[in-house]
Design a binder for this molecule. Structure first.
Ligand code: WQD
Length: 382
């Protein structure tokens, strides 16, 4: 009789990254998933498809109970509201409780964050504080936090180790840096209870190879890859592709980013959940937080491939995958952009067992795979 799955709350699981994390949690065989999501930038359909992919992966002799355990319970709510978060933990008191939290829900557009700072600080910081407060109330002390490479700003050392100075240059990056500081202080306050891992995402791309789930933001995508993928379906033809600056100190003048397959990124969260139970990784914190050593169990890790690709290289990769002939114009730099964010992922490789199984071609193939299969995304846009 397999041991019962541990309940994991994934905030924002209906989103692009959250849905892939939920899928990898289910596929691991270890966890069941519950989420709180306000669907401000996602659709409920995505979660139904996550369950279907996981159920289809079950062995032929799987029972109805095995299949039911893969259903994701959805609490429609807003993580800036304590009462909305509280309802999840209260409901799960009678279902074995919440074993741990993966906190993903956030606003995440570098450019937009500079135009809407209050919205970004409220959604990204207040939500983190509310979540930690409710977790403490229900004595849930394990969390994996979705942080970001943007906490590094424009680092001198490339590839970037976790010990780099944290000097974010965008509002978005500052919300992630501040949230890491809050997590660290909370862990320092109760070192025998709290355990937290911050995962500094570089640039996720692609989608599950089935093409059933993918990146489907409401409105025009702010990020490069989903925009290129949607353009290949014929969208935004009149506006065309704008490349924000080609005068950066990089090989072809356009910004360099460390793109990793979203399935590799998602699996990194399952690796991190397992690592929360270990003590050794929290011993040498100075190598993993960028804050210097302390008594609490907070540790940050880079999730990237360790290979940088430029905007023009990614346009070419998507041209090959989609067959679409992208026409672009070079325009001015975008606020908050930095020349190069390429990870040194060796700490995560070593301590979490994190690896990137997919390459550039699979990222481009799978980013396109979802939009090719579902040109209108999860539902006809209202
Ligand atoms: C990449 C490059 C743009 C659109 C993302 C996430 C952020 C974080 C890091 C997790 C930049 C250029 C883009 C366009 C362009 N991930 N670009 N024309 O800014 O690196 O941030 O990854 O925390 O949440 O948003 O990604 O795809 O927006 O930009 O020239 O129409 O593509 O200037 O150089 P970014 P991006």
């Amino acid at each position: 009789m397999p041991s019962p799955r541990k309940n994991i709350l994934v905030t924002g699981a209906a989103g692009y990254i959250g849905s892939h994390i939920a899928l990898c949690c289910l596929l691991s065989g270890e966890y069941s998933v519950v989420t709180i999501d306000n669907f401000s930038n996602s659709f409920p359909e995505g979660l139904k498809r996550v369950t279907k992919i996981a159920q289809d992966a079950l062995p032929a002799d799987a029972t109805e109970e095995d299949k039911k355990a893969l259903e994701i319970e959805v609490f429609r709510g807003d993580i800036t509201l304590k009462e909305d978060i509280n309802q999840v933990f209260e409901a799960y008191k009678s279902k074995g409780g919440i074993w741990g939290v993966i906190h993903v829900a956030a606003h995440k557009a570098v450019g937009e964050s500079g135009e809407k700072p209050i919205q970004y600080y409220e959604n990204n910081i207040t939500a983190t504080i509310n979540l930690l407060s409710i977790m403490e109330k229900y004595e849930v002390y394990r969390i994996v936090y979705s942080s970001s490479a943007t906490v590094y700003g424009a680092p001198k050392q490339i590839p970037i180790p976790e010990t780099s100075v944290l000097a974010p240059e965008s509002v978005y990056g500052r919300t992630k840096h501040m949230s890491e500081l809050i997590l660290k202080d909370v862990c320092d306050s109760k070192p025998d209870l709290w355990r937290a891992i911050g995962l500094r995402y570089f640039n996720p791309a692609g989608s599950h190879p089935s093409g059933e789930i993918g990146e489907d933001p409401r409105g025009k995508p702010g990020n490069l890859l989903p925009l290129l993928s949607q353009m290949a379906t014929g969208k935004f033809a009149e506006e065309g592709l704008k490349i924000f600056g080609n005068d950066y100190p990089t090989p072809d003048g356009t910004c360099v980013r460390d793109y990793l397959h979203v399935m590799d990124l998602a699996q990194g969260h399952v690796d991190a959940l397992a690592a929360l139970l270990r003590d050794d990784i929290f011993q040498n914190q100075a190598s993993g937080t960028g804050f210097g050593g302390s008594g609490g169990k907070y540790k940050a890790y880079n999730l990237g491939k360790g290979k940088g690709m430029s905007v023009l290289q990614m346009v070419e990769a998507m041209r090959k995958a989609t067959g679409f002939d992208y026409k672009y114009t070079i325009v001015g730099r975008r606020t908050g952009d930095v020349p190069d964010l390429t990870a040194d992922p060796s700490l995560a490789n070593k301590e979490l067992g994190f690896t990137c199984k997919y390459g550039l071609e699979e990222m481009a193939r799978d980013q396109w795979g979802f939009n090719k299969k579902y040109p209108q995304g999860y539902e006809t846009k209202k």
